[in-house]
Design a protein around this ligand. Sequence first.
Ligand code: COA
Ligand code: AMP
Length: 632
Amino acid sequence: MASESRYDETIAAWKRDPEAFWAEAARGIDWDRPWDQVFDPALGPYGQWFAGGMLNTCFNAVDRHVRDGRGEQAALIWDSPMAGRVESWTYTQLRDRVAKVAGALRALGVRQGDRVVIYLPMVPEAAISMLACARIGAVHSVVFGGFAAAELAKRIEDAEPVVVISASWGLEPGRVIRYKPLLDAAIGFSAHKPRACLILQRPQAEAALTPGRDHDFAAAEAAAAPADPVSVPATDPLYILYTSGTTGKPKGVVRDCGGHAVALHNSMRMVYGVGAGDVYWAASDVGWVVGHSYIVYAPLLAGCTTILYEGKPVGTPDPGAFWRVCAQHGVKLLFTAPTALRAIKQQDPEARHLAGHDMSKLEALYLAGERCDPPTAIWAAETLRLPVVDHWWQTETGWAITAGFRGLGLFPPKPGAGGRPSPGYDVQALDEAGHVLPRGQSGNLAVRLPLPPGCAPTLWRNAEGYVAAYLADYPGWYRTGDAGVVDAEGDVSVMGRTDDIINVAGHRLSTGAMEEVLAGHAAVAECAVVGVQDALKGHVPLGLVVLKAGANQDEATICRELVALVRERIGPVAAFKDARVVQRLPKTRSGKILRASIRRIADGEPAAPPPTIDDPAILDEIGAVLGRSRPA
Ligand code: COA
Ligand code: AMP
């Protein structure tokens, strides 16, 4: 497979001269000023790409396609079974809306380098607002709608936005999410207060605006003078995206302008094999990195038509929703999370809902967010009669670390693996001391520095935190936090996280953050949260708590309160529905909680007591509470 492809020669070209490789890729972007250095190792924790260069990402994603004759092509399709609407904007129309919203932000005092928090459901204004920020050099920070007010507050406090953009409501199956009260509560909690809020009044329910602070989105857009794109340094931040770390404080992952535009533009051809005029659909949410990269920036940088879908894989209205969208809009490449396919497969194992949909335009299905279990990958490949590609990446990298490469002819990748490293990434499994392990041995997956363009150069106002989280453990390497193996042929398989992060329905969550919430309950003495295997969501969190002596509520009430508390503090997206009271938690003799042992018992796997355990009998106690006998 590799010998027939251009993968090996592309990797060789990159290895021979990484700077020449990325300078060549950078020709796909319109620069206002060329860079002084392709890579400057003196900037930031490990260096930065295209130092000295000037560009505007919004110009590259929108205006230049109008200039180049694509003005009448559909740029953005909003397909919302939730609202019962399908709408589309050409590149010209998108440019005009983005310019007006950028003008509205300017009128509210947003200047280059200022932050704008975007807390919106999956409406076109989410993408338009992101691009509007990029147009005037403001830094957006999108917050996923499934987070609670307290989580939104943490992000407002850290990013210190001048303006917050939100909406009156969002819809989840069976319930209306009123965003505005959540926003008001978050601003109340936060020490930082934004100067203004732009509120999108959705037709079904309007929100009361706070006089002097809140402005109607549509009215502000209509009244605004269009703003032109401004030239910004390639090394300036384009956005901040907060993601779960090992504590309750989310990490503000920074994306720069130049490297991001180059890497994402290049990835569309190299990884996905699509280009200008193709219809590309990432069925994700703009609140996550996949949404940033592959709903908004990459497809538009490449001149594709992108789809923003406000709906679910099932229930909106049925498990044929994805096939309907693909057929109706002529999707060439679909990108989603394995959990979405599991949901479809669970409700429609024989794919009856595929019937009647013309899927002839769809050429491939790419999956990411969690490891794709082989039965789901096989089901999808057989159902769609298409290649299914699992590819591995993270919020921090912004694009695929490993993949199958349609554009290089290395496709589809070996079944069961996450593909080969993308040109730019030297991926190795390391032992605990940081030595490269022989092929075939599993270890800590790490990427040799420097990371390629597009990867986070730092954390927002926290370069030391970046070094501590990713660079300090293995000098010269970026620690991915994932365990896995690089096999003899160079294919990489990712086994799971080595830290407290879990993936629930493709959503990245911190068990540490949930433990902080549980520990805040008056009756809880200590606690542990672990991710337990789940047939639909991949993992779901399970909380074990030890009560304080003398706690006088009954256990069932406390567990109900704990579930409600996580929903209130972190949000429904945490999917925390199972808390149990135990007498003791398994610990090492030095007092460290043995979460891996708890997880194995909950999963019904063999859990031999580790040699460091203080009292092995506790494992049986936990097994009894969970209704699992502990296999030897
Ligand atoms: N705003 C508000 N609430 C949200 C939300 C949002 N944007 N997204 C999810 N929620 C809520 C859900 O309504 C649900 O609430 P509930 O506990 O009252 O039922 C809760 O958060 C958990 O959501 P989720 O874990 O998504 O479960 P689900 O049962 O609603 O849906 C799937 C299951 C598999 C259909 C859905 O998770 C899915 O489509 N996942 C794909 C994720 C994805 O694309 N990830 C990006 C990586 S590529
Ligand atoms: P996020 O930052 O939300 O994109 O989550 C990143 C994490 O999701 C990674 O560190 C992995 O643990 C997991 N992940 C993403 N894609 C894959 C994949 N294809 N295979 C295995 N794990 C994945």
